[in-house]
Design a protein around this ligand. Structure first.
Ligand code: GDD
Ligand code: MG
Length: 369
């Protein structure tokens, strides 16, 4: 089967990580985010992939190319302006097979797509949505499901008072091509708001993926967590195969007195100094360096980043070629921009707030003409 992946979003909540690179190619552990998705669909037999792009797509094309590095064959479709989740796939109509999967390009997951496709074939549905349970469905598409798998209701971004289930649409659908006939061409169309509601009771089914890993990595907190989950194997990805022989890649220069956690990653060409500690969920990217006595815990260093001696980094992202001065602290999901400089001893985020400015005791005299 064929997979159509939507990669048009801006990823604004991950700035400055996404200021210069679109979200699909933000590195997650050891490869671009989209690479994990391509390898995932390939594992389920979908090697024919259509990528629907919009915003800053040149960089995505440059990094992903024809997809062969990730085991797929990519066809690129570009939108003149954002066409929405249904409008984007409508633009790709000439490339579509009779049955295909449509997938949101912003979730890290290992859902069993083969099982979902099998359920779709068994039920004869027009569309089968992947469903996952979440604690708070309000940011997603809420799905009310009958016991036999038919969808009884779909509510995009439900209000609190409308939430009566924990099941949401996980952003991966098996579709019959005839769904395309419901989508008007040439304008922005939302599949969530303009297609699903019409298919409720008319062939819309859901397939619940219980126990699968599923996360939208669109915020700094969830990005840091997503990287850690790739490294620990909480989500099944091809990265885990590279970590089989340990967290230090061949060609990395790690001082024998440094400690590297099993669920961390020290890349090819990275350097770790004496007594440094590279804790769980941390990545020292290609060519990045960590000086003596520095500690990292869930800290992601993009390629070429430099961390000074005795610096303390936790739950943060250090951009490519950025510099963290000696004994500086960076924590609490701070993202340091590419090539930025954090001075020695600096605390990020600041631990104290400057006192409020003292207001003038008396009103300022109004200047007479
Ligand atoms: N090509 C293209 N063009 N892609 C787009 C466009 C567009 O105009 N608009 C959105 N996308 C892509 C985004 O890049 C993302 O990968 C996907 O479509 C979904 O869009 P989001 O903007 O991230 O939507 P959301 O997260 O608020 O909600 C969607 O995903 C939830 C699961 O994460 C909905 O499908 C919800 O129903 C769902 O629960
Ligand atoms: Mg999203």
């Amino acid at each position: 089967m064929q997979a159509v992946i939507l990669v048009g979003g801006k990823g604004t909540r991950l700035r400055p990580l996404t200021s210069d690179r679109p979200k699909p190619i933000v590195p997650v552990a050891d490869r671009p985010f989209l690479a994990h998705m391509l390898e995932w669909v390939a594992r389920h037999g979908m090697t024919d992939v259509v990528l629907c792009c919009g915003f800053k797509s040149d960089a995505v094309v440059e990094v992903i190319g024809d997809g062969s590095q990730y085991g797929v064959n990519v066809t690129w479709v570009f939108e003149p302006e954002p066409r929405g989740t249904a409008g984007a796939v409508k633009m790709a109509e000439e490339h579509l097979q009779e049955r295909f999967m449509l997938i949101n390009g912003d979730v890290l997951t290992d859902m069993d797509l083969s099982a979902q496709i099998a359920a779709h074939e068994r039920s004869g549905a027009v569309a089968t949505l992947a469903l996952v349970p979440v604690e708070d469905p309000s940011a997603y598409g809420l799905v009310r499901l009958e016991d036999d798998g038919r969808v009884r209701g779909f509510l995009e971004k439900p209000k609190l008072e409308d939430i009566d289930t924990d099941l949401i649409s996980a952003g991966a659908y098996v579709l019959e091509r005839r769904v395309m006939d419901m989508i008007p061409a040439g304008r922005e169309v939302s599949i969530e708001r303009e297609v699903w509601p019409h298919l409720v009771g008319a062939g819309l089914h859901g397939h619940v993926h219980r126990g699968a890993y599923w996360m939208d990595i669109g915020t700094p907190e969830r990005y840091v967590q997503g990287v850690a989950d790739v490294l620990s194997g909480a989500v099944r990805t091809a990265t885990l195969d590279r970590l089989q022989d340990g967290p230090v890649m061949a060609g990395a220069d790690v001082d024998p007195t440094a400690i590297v956690a099993a669920d961390a990653l020290v890349e090819v060409g990275a350097r770790v100094g004496a007594g440094a500690r590279i804790g769980s969920g941390s990545v020292v990217g290609a060519g990045a360096s960590v000086d003596a006595g520095a500690t990292l815990d869930h800290a992601v260093l993009l390629p070429g980043a430099r961390v000074g001696a005795r610096a303390e980094l936790s739950s943060c992202v250090i951009g490519a070629d950025a510099t963290i001065g000696d004994a500086a602290h960076v924590k609490d999901h701070v993202i340091v921009a590419d090539a930025a400089m954090v001075p020695a001893g600096e605390r990020l985020p600041p631990v104290a707030v400057a006192p409020a400015e003292v207001a003038p005791a008396a009103p300022r005299p109004i200047a007479a003409d």
